[in-house]
Design a protein around this ligand. Structure first.
Ligand code: NAD
Length: 483
């Protein structure tokens, strides 16, 4: 039985304290109090994890395992995650301040990633290519070797599942550096992987700070591919480091998703979706729908309906399972509040806000969900990522205006159009620069099966779905002369 791990890395199927012996306190965002500790990993811990993963891949059984057996191990891990679903959800609730329903949904999604990629192991293959007579040409899809995974705090289980699930299915050995604010569920799942039979060194987790453990992972010469999910600034830093040794990188970065609502939209169907897209995980979602662009004739009507919904929203401790839980940490809350203050100084108007539930702990990091308008299109709130429960409303005149507004950001991750005119939906889909585009619906990141990733400063490369397997493999072309 896996138990709540604390103050240890997980390397070579063993719990290990940091080489330095140092730890980092783990804070519960619902009350601001420490409740556990993490190992503060550094270069020596990363080096040990990478060497252990290298041995598993280069000379261990993992490098030659049959694809069917690889798939069976992933299935066993998916089943173990399902069996430990409540324990994992409980950890994530405490560690990240996620309301119970969201924490449970994340555990379910994590298991689903391993289930999905388990089925893909023996179905992902190369091709034969017709060539000059007398030659036979085929391509092999080979794992990179040892992949590094740097993940953020907002969806630790889901992002671990999508990134590590695909990398393992492709045959890589992995070293994972979770965010310092949210490591517990990832350590727990790594222990489960050892319990269900993953060989030593195939899945390693080193906890610690970004500038220490994260930077050491990005620069380690034994890493063959890096999957980074996090902020654009850190992503650029990781990509620069990796570029020095020509290490391929997938970057999953921020977003400023727009819901584009035309006069002919089904408002009743849209309303709960627009609200949920910004309050889910207290707005700390890369694919949050943080802008609503409303066609002028319907602007007042849609804003009145949104204001009603926002005013009814309740914020409180994660265990209370209200509409929103806390923000991950004090500094993130301060960042959101500074952006709001700056917006108000430049004319932004608060149209509606939710309320804090009675009995909410005083020391927690709470932000009221806020609906804003009267924001100049170039203002930071209108085009930059807030990463909090702040919905910005902007009016537009016509299709061209809507597309220009939607593209008025450095990001391009997820966007949506709401209209009953099918041709218009496709014209807008074509005009908006984005990795995912929704028509009359919106999903934070979409399903496990759906390729996901960004354009512009939202990153490059795709995770999720079968597409991720291309990123976690290299193509080798074999040319045989037989005549
Ligand atoms: P962050 O960039 O601060 O941290 C992400 C990870 O990088 C953490 O594990 C951190 O420890 C590590 N890190 C920090 N500095 C590092 C360095 N110099 N070298 C190597 N690693 C380093 O991001 P965050 O605040 O944890 O996450 C929020 C951001 O992540 C938002 O911008 C959000 O949009 C984005 N995000 C994107 C996706 C996506 O799929 N596109 C998903 C979730 C979050």
């Amino acid at each position: 039985m896996a138990s709540i791990p604390s103050a240890h890395h997980f390397i070579g199927n063993q719990l290990r304290a940091s080489t330095s012996g140092e730890t980092i306190p783990v804070i519960d965002p619902s009350d601001g109090l420490p409740f556990a500790a993490l190992a503060r990993g550094g270069a020596a811990d990363i080096d040990l994890a990478v060497r252990t993963a290298r041995a598993a891949f280069d000379t261990g059984a993992w490098g030659r395992i049959a694809t069917v057996d690889r798939g069976r191990l992933l299935t066993k891990l998916a089943n173990a995650i399902i069996s430990h679903h409540d324990a994992l959800a409980g950890l994530e609730m405490r560690d990240c301040g996620k309301p119970v329903k969201q924490a449970k949904a994340d555990a379910t999604a994590c298991a689903r990633y391993f289930e999905y990629y388990a089925g893909a192991c023996d179905k992902f293959h190369g091709e034969t290519i017709p060539y000059t007579p007398g030659f036979s040409v085929m391509t092999w899809r080979e794992p990179h070797g040892v992949t590094g995974h740097i993940i953020p705090w907002n969806y630790p289980m889901q992002i671990f599942g999508r990134s590590v699930g695909a990398a393992l299915a492709a045959g890589n050995a992995c070293v994972v550096k979770p965010a310092e604010d949210a490591c517990l569920s990832v350590l727990y799942i790594a222990k489960l992987a050892a319990e269900v039979g993953f060989p030593e060194g195939v899945l390693n987790v080193v906890t610690g700070l970004g500038l220490e453990a994260g930077a050491a992972l990005a620069s380690h010469p034994g890493i063959d591919h890096i999957s980074f999910t996090g902020s654009p600034a850190t992503g650029a830093c990781v990509a620069q480091t990796a570029a020095r040794r020509h290490c391929p990188v997938t970057l999953e970065l921020g977003g400023k998703g727009a819901q584009i609502v035309f006069d002919d939209a089904d408002f009743e169907a849209g309303l709960p979706v627009w609200v949920n897209a910004i309050i889910q995980n207290a707005g700390q979602t890369c694919s949050a729908g943080s802008r609503i662009l409303i066609q002028k004739k319907s602007y007042a009507k849609v804003m009145a309906a949104l204001a009603d919904r926002f005013s009814a929203l309740k914020v409180g401790a994660a265990s209370k399972d209200l509409d929103l839980g806390p923000i991950i940490r004090k500094t993130q809350l301060a960042r959101i509040q500074a952006m709001l203050a700056h917006g108000h100084e430049t004319g932004a108007r608060t149209v509606a806000q939710g309320t804090i539930a009675r009995g909410t702990p005083k020391g927690g990091f709470y932000q009221l969900p806020t609906l804003l308008d009267k924001i100049p299109a170039a203002q930071k709130l209108a085009c930059d990522e807030v990463f909090g429960p702040v919905l910005v409303a902007l009016p537009f005149a016509d299709e061209a205006d809507a597309i220009a507004l939607a593209n008025n950001t450095v990001f391009g991750l997820t966007n949506a159009v709401w209209t009953t005119n099918g041709a218009r939906a496709l014209r807008v889909a074509r005009g908006v620069r984005t990795g995912q585009f929704y028509v009359n619906n919106y999903g934070a990141g979409g399903g496990v099966e759906l390729p996901f990733g960004g354009v512009k400063s939202s990153g490059h490369g795709r995770e999720k779905g079968f597409e991720a397997l291309y990123g976690f493999t290299q193509l080798k072309t074999i040319i045989t002369k037989y005549d």
